[in-house]
Design a protein around this ligand. Structure first.
Ligand SMILES: Nc1ncnc2c1ncn2[C@@H]1O[C@H](COP(=O)(O)OP(=O)(O)OP(=O)(O)O)[C@@H](O)[C@H]1O
Ligand SMILES: [Mg+2]
Length: 140
């Protein structure tokens, strides 16, 4: 599925809509350049799951955890995780408990620790400053 948004709010709404399709244990990769809107989309997912608190970028914390009405969520930003060994050290595999929903920015840094079956959200810049193209899919 492909859609275009014209503001951060629209990207958040797309995340909230997407959240309704999520099941416990789903792993979602959020891909796109710096500032594409990965965290904005994740914020929308949390809203869609009924979480009303602040949703910030986990860049420095690596992972932020949420106990949302719609389920437990772990939001990762692996920008600073340089290899899968470092991620393993963080206990990443314990998050893959079949219950938590995982939202992962810079998932390429997870290497082989990333489950093969996952949902994918690819965000690219559009022609105008605030335009973003969202491609939502899943691995085979
Ligand atoms: N249509 C849009 N959707 C999402 N964000 C938008 C849009 N238009 C403009 N923006 C702006 O783009 C930025 C997106 O920031 P965000 O932190 O969500 O990106 P990110 O992909 O998570 O970046 P990073 O790689 O640094 O984690 C915000 O400053 C937001 O205001
Ligand atoms: Mg981000």
């Amino acid at each position: 599925m492909r859609l275009t948004t014209h503001s951060p709010e629209e990207t958040e709404q797309a995340g909230a809509d997407f959240a309704r399709t999520l099941r416990p244990g789903d792993v979602v990769t959020l891909d796109g350049e710096l500032g594409a809107g990965k965290t904005a989309f994740a914020r929308g997912v949390l809203r869609g799951l009924g979480y009303e608190g602040r949703v910030t970028s986990p860049t420095f914390a690596i992972a932020n955890e949420y106990d949302a009405p719609g389920g437990m969520v772990a939001h990762f930003d692996l920008y600073r995780i340089l290899d899968e060994e470092a991620l393993f050290e963080l206990g990443f595999e314990e998050y893959l408990d079949g219950e938590r929903i995982l939202l992962i920015e810079w998932s390429e840094n997870a290497g082989a620790l990333l489950p093969e079956a996952h949902r994918t959200v690819q965000i690219t810049y559009g022609a105008a400053d605030d335009t973003r193209i969202l491609e939502i899919g899943e691995t085979a």
